[in-house]
Write a protein that binds this ligand. Structure first.
Ligand code: NAD
Length: 502
Protein backbone atom coordinates (compact mmCIF):
# COMPACT_ATOMS: atom_id res chain seq x y z
CA UNK A 1 0.00 0.00 0.00
CA UNK A 2 1.41 3.37 -1.00
CA UNK A 3 0.75 6.32 1.22
CA UNK A 4 0.93 9.53 -0.74
CA UNK A 5 2.41 12.23 1.49
CA UNK A 6 1.17 15.76 0.95
CA UNK A 7 3.73 18.49 0.65
CA UNK A 8 1.83 21.71 0.03
CA UNK A 9 3.72 24.52 1.71
CA UNK A 10 1.87 24.89 4.99
CA UNK A 11 2.72 27.14 7.92
CA UNK A 12 0.88 26.93 11.20
CA UNK A 13 -1.62 29.51 10.03
CA UNK A 14 -1.48 29.70 6.23
CA UNK A 15 -1.62 27.24 3.36
CA UNK A 16 -0.27 28.15 -0.07
CA UNK A 17 -0.50 26.48 -3.46
CA UNK A 18 1.91 26.73 -6.35
CA UNK A 19 2.08 25.68 -9.99
CA UNK A 20 3.82 22.27 -9.89
CA UNK A 21 5.57 22.91 -13.22
CA UNK A 22 7.01 26.33 -12.42
CA UNK A 23 6.72 26.81 -8.67
CA UNK A 24 4.81 30.03 -9.32
CA UNK A 25 2.47 30.84 -6.39
CA UNK A 26 -1.25 30.43 -7.08
CA UNK A 27 -2.90 31.46 -3.81
CA UNK A 28 -2.90 31.26 -0.05
CA UNK A 29 -5.59 30.70 2.55
CA UNK A 30 -5.80 30.50 6.34
CA UNK A 31 -5.45 27.00 7.77
CA UNK A 32 -8.80 26.16 9.30
CA UNK A 33 -8.53 24.58 12.74
CA UNK A 34 -11.13 22.62 14.71
CA UNK A 35 -13.08 25.73 15.83
CA UNK A 36 -13.45 27.08 12.28
CA UNK A 37 -14.41 23.64 11.01
CA UNK A 38 -17.04 23.32 13.76
CA UNK A 39 -18.48 26.73 12.83
CA UNK A 40 -18.70 25.69 9.16
CA UNK A 41 -20.48 22.47 10.15
CA UNK A 42 -22.89 24.46 12.34
CA UNK A 43 -23.73 26.82 9.43
CA UNK A 44 -24.25 23.75 7.22
CA UNK A 45 -26.59 22.30 9.83
CA UNK A 46 -28.70 25.47 9.87
CA UNK A 47 -28.77 25.58 6.07
CA UNK A 48 -29.69 21.89 5.90
CA UNK A 49 -33.28 22.58 6.85
CA UNK A 50 -33.79 25.19 4.10
CA UNK A 51 -32.08 23.00 1.52
CA UNK A 52 -34.05 19.89 2.48
CA UNK A 53 -37.34 21.76 2.47
CA UNK A 54 -36.69 23.16 -1.01
CA UNK A 55 -37.58 19.70 -2.33
CA UNK A 56 -36.34 17.89 -5.42
CA UNK A 57 -37.54 20.40 -8.04
CA UNK A 58 -36.03 23.53 -6.51
CA UNK A 59 -32.82 21.71 -5.63
CA UNK A 60 -32.58 20.52 -9.23
CA UNK A 61 -32.93 24.12 -10.44
CA UNK A 62 -30.22 25.32 -8.03
CA UNK A 63 -27.84 22.55 -9.11
CA UNK A 64 -28.48 23.22 -12.80
CA UNK A 65 -27.84 26.96 -12.27
CA UNK A 66 -24.54 25.95 -10.69
CA UNK A 67 -23.74 23.68 -13.65
CA UNK A 68 -24.50 26.56 -16.03
CA UNK A 69 -22.16 28.85 -14.08
CA UNK A 70 -19.37 26.25 -14.32
CA UNK A 71 -19.88 25.90 -18.07
CA UNK A 72 -20.12 29.63 -18.83
CA UNK A 73 -16.96 30.36 -16.82
CA UNK A 74 -15.14 27.17 -17.81
CA UNK A 75 -12.05 28.87 -19.29
CA UNK A 76 -11.31 30.76 -16.07
CA UNK A 77 -11.89 27.59 -14.06
CA UNK A 78 -9.66 25.47 -16.32
CA UNK A 79 -6.85 28.02 -16.16
CA UNK A 80 -6.91 27.70 -12.36
CA UNK A 81 -7.05 23.89 -12.49
CA UNK A 82 -4.06 23.85 -14.86
CA UNK A 83 -2.11 26.28 -12.69
CA UNK A 84 -2.72 24.45 -9.42
CA UNK A 85 -2.69 20.80 -10.54
CA UNK A 86 -0.43 21.10 -13.61
CA UNK A 87 -2.69 19.20 -16.01
CA UNK A 88 -3.18 20.46 -19.57
CA UNK A 89 -6.01 22.88 -20.31
CA UNK A 90 -7.73 20.23 -22.47
CA UNK A 91 -7.59 17.68 -19.66
CA UNK A 92 -8.93 20.27 -17.22
CA UNK A 93 -11.81 20.96 -19.64
CA UNK A 94 -12.65 17.25 -19.96
CA UNK A 95 -12.61 16.97 -16.18
CA UNK A 96 -15.06 19.85 -15.72
CA UNK A 97 -17.37 18.63 -18.50
CA UNK A 98 -17.55 15.13 -16.98
CA UNK A 99 -18.22 16.62 -13.55
CA UNK A 100 -21.06 18.71 -15.02
CA UNK A 101 -22.57 15.55 -16.60
CA UNK A 102 -22.66 13.97 -13.14
CA UNK A 103 -24.04 17.12 -11.53
CA UNK A 104 -26.89 17.27 -14.01
CA UNK A 105 -27.62 13.53 -13.74
CA UNK A 106 -27.83 13.67 -9.95
CA UNK A 107 -30.08 16.75 -10.11
CA UNK A 108 -32.43 15.23 -12.69
CA UNK A 109 -32.66 11.73 -11.22
CA UNK A 110 -32.84 12.43 -7.49
CA UNK A 111 -36.66 12.49 -7.33
CA UNK A 112 -37.11 9.25 -9.27
CA UNK A 113 -34.55 7.38 -7.17
CA UNK A 114 -35.13 8.93 -3.76
CA UNK A 115 -38.83 9.79 -3.84
CA UNK A 116 -41.15 7.82 -1.49
CA UNK A 117 -41.82 4.22 -2.60
CA UNK A 118 -44.78 2.10 -1.57
CA UNK A 119 -44.01 -1.57 -1.04
CA UNK A 120 -46.26 -4.63 -0.60
CA UNK A 121 -46.73 -5.12 3.15
CA UNK A 122 -47.12 -8.92 2.92
CA UNK A 123 -50.15 -11.04 3.62
CA UNK A 124 -49.87 -10.93 7.42
CA UNK A 125 -49.73 -7.13 7.41
CA UNK A 126 -52.12 -6.55 4.51
CA UNK A 127 -54.08 -3.97 6.50
CA UNK A 128 -51.01 -1.68 6.46
CA UNK A 129 -49.60 0.76 3.97
CA UNK A 130 -45.81 0.37 3.78
CA UNK A 131 -43.69 3.28 2.55
CA UNK A 132 -39.92 3.83 2.25
CA UNK A 133 -38.83 7.45 2.44
CA UNK A 134 -35.16 8.29 1.85
CA UNK A 135 -33.92 10.96 4.27
CA UNK A 136 -30.71 12.92 3.71
CA UNK A 137 -28.07 12.24 6.36
CA UNK A 138 -27.85 15.95 7.19
CA UNK A 139 -24.35 17.47 6.89
CA UNK A 140 -21.85 15.52 4.77
CA UNK A 141 -18.11 16.17 5.14
CA UNK A 142 -16.37 15.65 1.79
CA UNK A 143 -12.58 15.25 1.72
CA UNK A 144 -10.92 15.31 -1.70
CA UNK A 145 -7.63 14.58 -3.46
CA UNK A 146 -5.63 16.72 -5.89
CA UNK A 147 -5.38 14.51 -8.98
CA UNK A 148 -8.91 15.24 -10.26
CA UNK A 149 -9.67 18.14 -7.94
CA UNK A 150 -13.12 18.77 -9.47
CA UNK A 151 -14.35 15.45 -10.84
CA UNK A 152 -13.61 13.30 -7.79
CA UNK A 153 -15.09 15.45 -4.99
CA UNK A 154 -17.96 16.40 -7.30
CA UNK A 155 -18.84 12.70 -7.48
CA UNK A 156 -19.70 12.97 -3.79
CA UNK A 157 -20.79 16.62 -3.52
CA UNK A 158 -23.26 16.67 -6.44
CA UNK A 159 -24.95 13.48 -5.28
CA UNK A 160 -25.00 14.50 -1.60
CA UNK A 161 -26.57 17.88 -2.44
CA UNK A 162 -29.10 16.38 -4.87
CA UNK A 163 -30.13 14.00 -2.07
CA UNK A 164 -30.87 16.98 0.21
CA UNK A 165 -27.72 17.13 2.36
CA UNK A 166 -25.56 20.17 2.89
CA UNK A 167 -21.80 19.79 2.43
CA UNK A 168 -18.60 20.98 4.08
CA UNK A 169 -15.78 20.31 1.62
CA UNK A 170 -12.09 19.97 2.54
CA UNK A 171 -10.16 20.02 -0.76
CA UNK A 172 -6.61 18.72 -1.01
CA UNK A 173 -4.07 21.19 0.31
CA UNK A 174 -2.48 21.07 -3.18
CA UNK A 175 -5.65 22.27 -4.92
CA UNK A 176 -7.27 24.54 -2.35
CA UNK A 177 -7.90 27.32 -4.90
CA UNK A 178 -9.85 24.95 -7.16
CA UNK A 179 -11.96 23.83 -4.21
CA UNK A 180 -12.85 27.42 -3.31
CA UNK A 181 -13.60 28.40 -6.93
CA UNK A 182 -15.91 25.40 -7.34
CA UNK A 183 -17.87 26.12 -4.12
CA UNK A 184 -17.96 29.88 -4.74
CA UNK A 185 -19.54 29.09 -8.12
CA UNK A 186 -22.46 27.42 -6.33
CA UNK A 187 -23.04 30.57 -4.24
CA UNK A 188 -22.62 32.88 -7.25
CA UNK A 189 -25.18 30.88 -9.22
CA UNK A 190 -27.62 30.86 -6.29
CA UNK A 191 -27.43 34.27 -4.56
CA UNK A 192 -30.89 33.86 -3.01
CA UNK A 193 -29.95 30.71 -1.10
CA UNK A 194 -28.54 30.95 2.45
CA UNK A 195 -24.83 30.42 3.03
CA UNK A 196 -23.69 27.04 4.30
CA UNK A 197 -25.29 24.74 1.71
CA UNK A 198 -21.82 24.12 0.24
CA UNK A 199 -18.81 25.56 2.03
CA UNK A 200 -15.07 24.94 2.04
CA UNK A 201 -12.60 24.49 4.87
CA UNK A 202 -8.91 24.74 3.96
CA UNK A 203 -5.85 23.09 5.34
CA UNK A 204 -3.78 19.92 5.45
CA UNK A 205 -4.75 16.48 6.80
CA UNK A 206 -5.30 17.97 10.27
CA UNK A 207 -8.20 20.05 8.93
CA UNK A 208 -9.65 16.88 7.38
CA UNK A 209 -9.29 15.12 10.70
CA UNK A 210 -11.14 17.97 12.44
CA UNK A 211 -13.94 17.60 9.89
CA UNK A 212 -14.22 13.85 10.54
CA UNK A 213 -14.35 14.52 14.29
CA UNK A 214 -16.73 17.49 14.04
CA UNK A 215 -19.95 15.51 14.34
CA UNK A 216 -20.88 15.59 10.63
CA UNK A 217 -23.50 13.00 9.72
CA UNK A 218 -21.46 11.29 6.99
CA UNK A 219 -17.96 11.40 5.53
CA UNK A 220 -17.27 10.96 1.82
CA UNK A 221 -13.54 10.56 1.25
CA UNK A 222 -11.46 10.23 -1.91
CA UNK A 223 -7.73 9.75 -1.53
CA UNK A 224 -5.12 7.19 -0.58
CA UNK A 225 -5.93 3.90 1.12
CA UNK A 226 -3.79 4.76 4.15
CA UNK A 227 -5.73 7.97 4.81
CA UNK A 228 -9.03 6.19 4.14
CA UNK A 229 -8.26 3.68 6.89
CA UNK A 230 -7.40 6.46 9.31
CA UNK A 231 -10.65 8.23 8.53
CA UNK A 232 -12.70 5.07 8.98
CA UNK A 233 -11.07 4.44 12.36
CA UNK A 234 -11.79 8.02 13.49
CA UNK A 235 -15.38 7.85 12.17
CA UNK A 236 -15.97 4.68 14.17
CA UNK A 237 -15.94 6.73 17.40
CA UNK A 238 -19.39 8.11 16.52
CA UNK A 239 -20.44 5.39 14.05
CA UNK A 240 -20.38 8.10 11.37
CA UNK A 241 -21.13 6.43 8.04
CA UNK A 242 -18.32 6.64 5.49
CA UNK A 243 -17.84 6.12 1.78
CA UNK A 244 -14.16 5.63 0.94
CA UNK A 245 -12.84 5.98 -2.62
CA UNK A 246 -9.21 4.93 -2.35
CA UNK A 247 -6.23 3.85 -4.43
CA UNK A 248 -5.94 1.29 -7.20
CA UNK A 249 -3.61 -0.84 -9.30
CA UNK A 250 -5.83 -1.32 -12.31
CA UNK A 251 -5.16 -4.06 -14.82
CA UNK A 252 -5.95 -4.25 -18.53
CA UNK A 253 -6.34 -7.58 -20.31
CA UNK A 254 -5.65 -7.87 -24.04
CA UNK A 255 -7.07 -11.08 -25.53
CA UNK A 256 -5.92 -12.72 -28.76
CA UNK A 257 -9.06 -11.56 -30.59
CA UNK A 258 -8.68 -7.88 -29.58
CA UNK A 259 -8.44 -5.01 -32.05
CA UNK A 260 -4.79 -4.58 -31.12
CA UNK A 261 -4.30 -1.04 -32.43
CA UNK A 262 -7.41 0.16 -30.58
CA UNK A 263 -6.35 -1.68 -27.40
CA UNK A 264 -2.89 -0.07 -27.53
CA UNK A 265 -4.45 3.35 -28.04
CA UNK A 266 -6.75 2.90 -25.02
CA UNK A 267 -4.04 1.48 -22.75
CA UNK A 268 -1.58 4.23 -23.72
CA UNK A 269 -4.09 6.92 -22.76
CA UNK A 270 -5.26 5.17 -19.62
CA UNK A 271 -1.69 4.69 -18.35
CA UNK A 272 -0.16 8.03 -19.29
CA UNK A 273 -2.89 10.72 -19.32
CA UNK A 274 -2.78 13.14 -16.39
CA UNK A 275 0.84 11.96 -15.86
CA UNK A 276 -0.55 8.60 -14.73
CA UNK A 277 -2.05 10.30 -11.69
CA UNK A 278 -5.42 8.65 -12.22
CA UNK A 279 -6.91 6.34 -9.61
CA UNK A 280 -8.42 4.21 -12.40
CA UNK A 281 -5.41 4.55 -14.73
CA UNK A 282 -4.04 1.28 -16.12
CA UNK A 283 -0.83 0.35 -14.28
CA UNK A 284 -0.61 -3.34 -15.26
CA UNK A 285 -1.31 -4.87 -18.65
CA UNK A 286 -1.63 -8.61 -19.35
CA UNK A 287 -1.37 -9.55 -23.01
CA UNK A 288 -1.91 -13.00 -24.51
CA UNK A 289 1.47 -14.10 -25.92
CA UNK A 290 0.31 -14.61 -29.50
CA UNK A 291 -0.46 -10.87 -29.86
CA UNK A 292 2.25 -9.48 -27.56
CA UNK A 293 4.67 -8.32 -30.28
CA UNK A 294 1.96 -6.61 -32.27
CA UNK A 295 0.58 -4.96 -29.10
CA UNK A 296 4.02 -3.73 -28.00
CA UNK A 297 4.72 -2.29 -31.44
CA UNK A 298 1.38 -0.42 -31.47
CA UNK A 299 1.82 0.75 -27.88
CA UNK A 300 5.38 1.96 -28.46
CA UNK A 301 4.22 3.89 -31.54
CA UNK A 302 1.64 5.75 -29.44
CA UNK A 303 3.69 6.32 -26.30
CA UNK A 304 7.19 7.18 -27.52
CA UNK A 305 6.31 10.67 -28.71
CA UNK A 306 4.29 11.69 -25.67
CA UNK A 307 5.87 14.71 -24.02
CA UNK A 308 5.28 15.91 -20.48
CA UNK A 309 5.41 19.69 -20.05
CA UNK A 310 3.60 22.84 -19.13
CA UNK A 311 3.05 24.45 -22.54
CA UNK A 312 0.24 24.07 -25.06
CA UNK A 313 2.04 21.19 -26.84
CA UNK A 314 2.43 19.02 -23.74
CA UNK A 315 0.78 15.59 -23.83
CA UNK A 316 0.43 15.76 -20.06
CA UNK A 317 1.69 17.87 -17.18
CA UNK A 318 4.25 17.57 -14.38
CA UNK A 319 3.89 15.35 -11.33
CA UNK A 320 1.58 17.36 -9.07
CA UNK A 321 2.98 15.90 -5.86
CA UNK A 322 6.78 16.35 -5.83
CA UNK A 323 7.42 13.31 -3.61
CA UNK A 324 5.64 11.05 -6.13
CA UNK A 325 8.75 11.26 -8.31
CA UNK A 326 10.63 9.28 -5.64
CA UNK A 327 7.95 6.56 -5.64
CA UNK A 328 8.14 6.26 -9.44
CA UNK A 329 11.95 6.12 -9.36
CA UNK A 330 11.88 3.38 -6.72
CA UNK A 331 9.35 1.29 -8.66
CA UNK A 332 11.19 1.59 -11.99
CA UNK A 333 14.62 0.85 -10.52
CA UNK A 334 13.30 -2.12 -8.56
CA UNK A 335 11.55 -3.50 -11.66
CA UNK A 336 14.71 -3.30 -13.75
CA UNK A 337 16.91 -4.73 -10.98
CA UNK A 338 14.59 -7.72 -10.72
CA UNK A 339 14.64 -8.77 -14.36
CA UNK A 340 12.15 -6.44 -16.05
CA UNK A 341 13.16 -4.64 -19.23
CA UNK A 342 12.31 -1.11 -20.32
CA UNK A 343 10.54 -1.06 -23.68
CA UNK A 344 9.93 2.69 -23.66
CA UNK A 345 11.87 5.16 -21.49
CA UNK A 346 13.52 4.19 -18.21
CA UNK A 347 15.08 5.89 -15.19
CA UNK A 348 16.43 8.57 -17.55
CA UNK A 349 12.83 9.62 -18.32
CA UNK A 350 12.50 10.98 -14.80
CA UNK A 351 13.43 14.65 -14.64
CA UNK A 352 11.45 16.18 -11.80
CA UNK A 353 8.88 17.59 -11.91
CA UNK A 354 8.37 15.84 -15.27
CA UNK A 355 8.35 12.12 -15.98
CA UNK A 356 8.38 10.84 -19.56
CA UNK A 357 6.42 7.70 -20.47
CA UNK A 358 7.92 4.44 -19.20
CA UNK A 359 6.81 0.96 -20.33
CA UNK A 360 8.32 -2.04 -18.53
CA UNK A 361 8.11 -5.62 -19.79
CA UNK A 362 7.85 -8.85 -17.79
CA UNK A 363 8.44 -7.34 -14.37
CA UNK A 364 8.12 -10.01 -11.62
CA UNK A 365 4.62 -10.08 -10.18
CA UNK A 366 5.89 -9.71 -6.61
CA UNK A 367 7.79 -6.47 -7.27
CA UNK A 368 6.60 -3.08 -6.03
CA UNK A 369 5.95 -1.86 -9.60
CA UNK A 370 3.26 -4.54 -9.93
CA UNK A 371 1.94 -4.65 -6.36
CA UNK A 372 1.85 -1.02 -5.22
CA UNK A 373 0.20 2.06 -6.69
CA UNK A 374 2.86 3.89 -8.76
CA UNK A 375 0.68 6.88 -9.74
CA UNK A 376 2.97 7.95 -12.57
CA UNK A 377 3.14 7.65 -16.38
CA UNK A 378 4.40 4.08 -16.18
CA UNK A 379 2.99 0.74 -17.26
CA UNK A 380 4.05 -2.86 -16.73
CA UNK A 381 3.26 -5.30 -19.55
CA UNK A 382 3.35 -9.05 -19.08
CA UNK A 383 2.77 -11.80 -21.59
CA UNK A 384 0.39 -14.56 -20.51
CA UNK A 385 -0.44 -17.93 -22.09
CA UNK A 386 -4.19 -17.55 -21.83
CA UNK A 387 -6.90 -15.09 -20.90
CA UNK A 388 -7.57 -17.26 -17.83
CA UNK A 389 -4.01 -16.65 -16.60
CA UNK A 390 -4.51 -12.92 -17.22
CA UNK A 391 -7.69 -12.94 -15.11
CA UNK A 392 -5.90 -14.73 -12.28
CA UNK A 393 -3.01 -12.25 -12.28
CA UNK A 394 -5.31 -9.23 -12.62
CA UNK A 395 -7.28 -10.42 -9.59
CA UNK A 396 -4.18 -11.16 -7.49
CA UNK A 397 -4.04 -7.61 -6.16
CA UNK A 398 -5.04 -6.20 -2.80
CA UNK A 399 -6.67 -3.38 -4.74
CA UNK A 400 -9.85 -3.76 -6.77
CA UNK A 401 -10.85 -0.37 -8.14
CA UNK A 402 -11.41 -0.81 -11.88
CA UNK A 403 -10.11 -2.72 -14.91
CA UNK A 404 -10.36 -2.91 -18.67
CA UNK A 405 -10.70 -5.73 -21.17
CA UNK A 406 -9.93 -5.79 -24.88
CA UNK A 407 -11.56 -8.60 -26.84
CA UNK A 408 -13.92 -8.69 -29.81
CA UNK A 409 -15.96 -11.70 -28.65
CA UNK A 410 -15.20 -12.42 -24.99
CA UNK A 411 -15.27 -8.92 -23.46
CA UNK A 412 -18.32 -9.33 -21.24
CA UNK A 413 -17.36 -12.87 -20.21
CA UNK A 414 -13.90 -11.73 -19.10
CA UNK A 415 -15.25 -8.57 -17.43
CA UNK A 416 -17.61 -10.62 -15.25
CA UNK A 417 -14.68 -12.55 -13.77
CA UNK A 418 -12.70 -9.51 -12.65
CA UNK A 419 -12.63 -8.49 -9.01
CA UNK A 420 -13.17 -4.76 -9.41
CA UNK A 421 -15.82 -2.12 -8.87
CA UNK A 422 -15.95 -1.27 -12.57
CA UNK A 423 -14.69 -2.60 -15.89
CA UNK A 424 -14.59 -1.03 -19.34
CA UNK A 425 -14.68 -3.31 -22.37
CA UNK A 426 -12.83 -2.12 -25.49
CA UNK A 427 -12.36 1.41 -24.13
CA UNK A 428 -10.51 3.10 -21.27
CA UNK A 429 -12.39 4.12 -18.09
CA UNK A 430 -15.73 4.63 -19.87
CA UNK A 431 -17.70 3.77 -16.70
CA UNK A 432 -16.37 6.93 -15.02
CA UNK A 433 -18.06 9.16 -17.58
CA UNK A 434 -21.44 7.40 -17.42
CA UNK A 435 -23.25 8.98 -14.46
CA UNK A 436 -25.80 6.16 -14.12
CA UNK A 437 -23.02 3.66 -13.31
CA UNK A 438 -22.03 3.37 -9.62
CA UNK A 439 -18.34 3.96 -8.91
CA UNK A 440 -16.15 2.56 -6.13
CA UNK A 441 -13.78 -0.25 -5.30
CA UNK A 442 -13.35 -3.48 -3.40
CA UNK A 443 -10.59 -4.53 -0.99
CA UNK A 444 -7.94 -1.86 -0.43
CA UNK A 445 -9.66 0.35 -3.02
CA UNK A 446 -12.42 1.31 -0.63
CA UNK A 447 -16.00 0.74 0.40
CA UNK A 448 -19.32 2.20 -0.68
CA UNK A 449 -20.31 3.72 -3.99
CA UNK A 450 -20.67 7.19 -5.44
CA UNK A 451 -22.43 7.99 -8.78
CA UNK A 452 -25.62 6.49 -10.12
CA UNK A 453 -28.65 5.40 -8.13
CA UNK A 454 -26.42 3.64 -5.58
CA UNK A 455 -24.53 6.92 -5.10
CA UNK A 456 -27.71 8.91 -4.47
CA UNK A 457 -29.07 6.24 -2.12
CA UNK A 458 -25.76 6.17 -0.23
CA UNK A 459 -26.19 9.81 0.72
CA UNK A 460 -29.53 9.02 2.38
CA UNK A 461 -30.91 6.64 4.97
CA UNK A 462 -34.16 4.78 4.43
CA UNK A 463 -36.96 5.64 6.83
CA UNK A 464 -39.52 2.82 6.80
CA UNK A 465 -43.08 3.78 7.66
CA UNK A 466 -45.88 1.24 8.19
CA UNK A 467 -49.32 2.87 8.55
CA UNK A 468 -52.25 0.77 9.74
CA UNK A 469 -55.09 1.59 7.32
CA UNK A 470 -57.83 -0.38 9.13
CA UNK A 471 -58.20 -2.97 11.90
CA UNK A 472 -59.13 -6.57 11.10
CA UNK A 473 -61.48 -7.61 13.89
CA UNK A 474 -60.12 -10.57 15.83
CA UNK A 475 -56.81 -10.49 13.92
CA UNK A 476 -54.71 -8.28 16.20
CA UNK A 477 -51.34 -10.05 16.14
CA UNK A 478 -49.15 -7.44 17.78
CA UNK A 479 -51.31 -7.07 20.87
CA UNK A 480 -51.80 -8.73 24.25
CA UNK A 481 -55.45 -8.92 23.19
CA UNK A 482 -54.45 -11.60 20.66
CA UNK A 483 -56.64 -14.72 20.91
CA UNK A 484 -55.82 -18.43 20.55
CA UNK A 485 -57.99 -18.64 17.46
CA UNK A 486 -56.07 -15.79 15.77
CA UNK A 487 -52.80 -17.66 16.24
CA UNK A 488 -54.28 -20.95 15.11
CA UNK A 489 -55.54 -19.26 11.89
CA UNK A 490 -52.03 -17.87 11.31
CA UNK A 491 -50.53 -21.35 11.87
CA UNK A 492 -52.83 -22.87 9.25
CA UNK A 493 -52.18 -20.12 6.72
CA UNK A 494 -48.41 -20.32 7.27
CA UNK A 495 -48.41 -24.10 6.79
CA UNK A 496 -50.43 -23.70 3.59
CA UNK A 497 -48.20 -20.94 2.20
CA UNK A 498 -44.70 -22.16 3.11
CA UNK A 499 -44.95 -25.74 4.36
CA UNK A 500 -45.16 -27.54 1.04
CA UNK A 501 -41.84 -26.71 -0.66
CA UNK A 502 -40.30 -29.80 -2.26
P1 NAD B 1 -4.29 11.62 0.48
O1 NAD B 1 -4.87 10.44 1.16
O2 NAD B 1 -2.92 12.03 0.81
O3 NAD B 1 -5.19 12.93 0.78
C1 NAD B 1 -6.55 12.98 0.45
C2 NAD B 1 -7.24 14.02 1.33
O4 NAD B 1 -7.27 13.54 2.67
C3 NAD B 1 -6.53 15.37 1.35
O5 NAD B 1 -7.50 16.38 1.32
C4 NAD B 1 -5.80 15.34 2.69
O6 NAD B 1 -5.58 16.61 3.24
C5 NAD B 1 -6.82 14.58 3.54
N1 NAD B 1 -6.27 13.94 4.75
C6 NAD B 1 -5.00 13.51 4.98
N2 NAD B 1 -4.92 12.95 6.22
C7 NAD B 1 -6.15 13.03 6.76
C8 NAD B 1 -6.73 12.60 8.00
N3 NAD B 1 -6.00 11.98 8.94
N4 NAD B 1 -8.04 12.83 8.22
C9 NAD B 1 -8.80 13.42 7.29
N5 NAD B 1 -8.32 13.87 6.09
C10 NAD B 1 -7.02 13.65 5.83
O7 NAD B 1 -4.49 11.37 -1.08
P2 NAD B 1 -4.01 12.29 -2.28
O8 NAD B 1 -2.54 12.21 -2.40
O9 NAD B 1 -4.64 13.64 -2.18
O10 NAD B 1 -4.69 11.56 -3.54
C11 NAD B 1 -4.11 10.52 -4.24
C12 NAD B 1 -4.75 9.21 -3.88
O11 NAD B 1 -6.15 9.30 -4.09
C13 NAD B 1 -4.29 8.04 -4.73
O12 NAD B 1 -4.10 6.92 -3.91
C14 NAD B 1 -5.47 7.81 -5.66
O13 NAD B 1 -5.57 6.50 -6.17
C15 NAD B 1 -6.60 8.15 -4.79
N6 NAD B 1 -7.80 8.50 -5.56
C16 NAD B 1 -8.84 7.63 -5.54
C17 NAD B 1 -9.96 7.91 -6.30
C18 NAD B 1 -11.16 7.00 -6.30
O14 NAD B 1 -12.21 7.43 -6.76
N7 NAD B 1 -11.07 5.78 -5.81
C19 NAD B 1 -10.01 9.08 -7.07
C20 NAD B 1 -8.92 9.93 -7.05
C21 NAD B 1 -7.81 9.62 -6.29
Amino acid sequence: MTETPTTAPVSATMIATANPATGEPVGSWPVDGAATVAAAVERARVAAQTWRELGFTERKRALQRWAAHLVVNVDEFCALISAENGKTADDAYLEVVTAVEHLNWAAVNARKILGPKKVWPGMMMANHEAVIEQRPHGVVGVIGPWNYPVYTPNGSIAYALAAGNTVVFKPSELTTGVGHWYADAFAAANPALPEGILSVVSGPGETGRALVESGVDMIAFTGSTATGKRIMAAAAARLTPVVLECGGKDAAIVAEDADIAAAADAVAWSAMANSGQTCVGTERCYVVASVLDEFLAELTKRVTDLRPGSGPDASYGPMTLPSQVDVITKHVEDALANGGTAVVGGPESIEAPFVGPIVLLDVPEDSVAVREETFGPTLTVRSVRTVEEAIELANASEYGLASSVFSRKRGMEIARQLRAGATSVNSPAAYAAIPALPFGGVGESGIGRIHGAAGLLGFTRPHSIARQRFMIPGMALLSFARTESTLSTVRKLTALRFGRAK
